[in-house]
Design a protein around this ligand. Sequence first.
Ligand code: L3W
Ligand code: SF4
Length: 441
Amino acid sequence: MSKKLLLKDAHVEGIRYFETYRKQGGYGAAEKALKMTPEEILEEVKTSGLRGRGGAGFPTGMKWSFLAKPEGVPRHLVVNADESEPGTFKDRYLMEFLPHLLIEGMLISSYCLGSNVSYIYIRGEYSWIPDILEEAIEEAKAAGFLGKNILGTGFDCEIYVQRGGGAYICGEETALLESLEGKRGNPRLKPPFPAVKGLWERPTVVNNVESIAAIVPIIDITGAEYAKIGVGRSTGTKLISACGNINKPGVYEIDMTITVEEFIYSDEYCGGIPNGKKLKACIPGGSSVPIVPANLLLKTVNGEPRYMNYESLADGGFATGTMMGSGGFIVLDEDQCVVEHTMTLARFYNHESCGQCTPCREGTGWMYKILKKIEKGEGRMEDIDLLWDIQRKIEGNTICPLGDAAAWPVAAAIRHFRDEFEWHIKNPELSQTQNYGLANY
Ligand code: L3W
Ligand code: SF4
């Protein structure tokens, strides 16, 4: 059974409220941290090996150490709660059921980074959650854990919640900062990174909800103990939101030593695939990461089991492997059609492209149109190569990672499931009424 650090008290009735959270030992890590120096906290975070839980897996301690500290310029912590990646809903769970874990993590992180005003930028569609967060902020303030001179340390910290307007691109950190400044959420060119020039050109750390929540157990048990959980550079625990063709969709906390097979089939996690169907493929890290066929998902090319961690899932790099990403684990059974699925994603990325870069703005539209044609049985064989060519021209040629995120699913679908594309083209009549999965298994 995986060790629980973030969700250990998720089942406790009333844990959403300060009183219960405190009874369970909540804000103990904050009390401990406020007696440490910011440098000592940073060392703990570095030692923990924590990697950003939003998708990129960038080492959190390293990001914090990049934060510029020019004299007299305020610094900010911004929590990225714009969780919009299809298949990803773990941050929603944390904020809805354990809001004080996030607030406590923010207090410790704000103290370490020297942020007196910190923000939570939350996707607009999570319309009921800002009230939960604001209530938790008020409770923490009333108990002296936020506001002026926190616990008599002289440290002041306010937290504000800002609602987004429903654009996926505002989850990209620089688009988020633009939006937080009240502008249209267009991504900025990097560098400069937010750590140097972020919110209102001030040094800013942008971190995912789960990354900041993980700061609490890191301080609680120490960075060294946290680093002992997991394996290699996949330290600590990771929240996985599991969905698709599984018996038990939901949010699970894993310690990254379990195999993909165990995660899908064990009753502790997804509980297998309904109706005895076979596993066809999986997208393990949210819709942006490459789809992997069952044979490569359960075993590596060397025949070793594949594990639910950063290294094992990315085995082979972007060209052949996939990524842990945001932990949005989408399972497809044998009845699913990869072409239809890829078309749905292409439509999504086309709709969400901000339009600043030509390869992304035009390329996502072309990919969607071609995929739609193929899926309806109106495609030509040369369209498959055209699709391949378009995704190659997008990848690496855009301002922000949305371009790559739109290209990778198409590339992986063609690489691993070319026969499905060909089936649609060769069987135009069947394509109108059936999908590849139902027709071929
Ligand atoms: C200072 C340097 N800071 C890097 C910072 C950078 C950022 C972090 C990672 O995209 C991915 C994307 C999605 N000095 C720095 C530095 N940093 N070098 O480190 O940066 P980066 O560019 O690798 O990633 P990113 O722009 O944060 C995130 C993928 O995640 N993804 C997205 C999921 C979406 C959600 C959601 O809806 N919540 O999770 C899923 O896989 O495609 O590739 O902070 O500033 N020299
Ligand atoms: Fe906008 Fe797409 Fe360019 Fe990102 S890659 S800046 S979403 S056009």
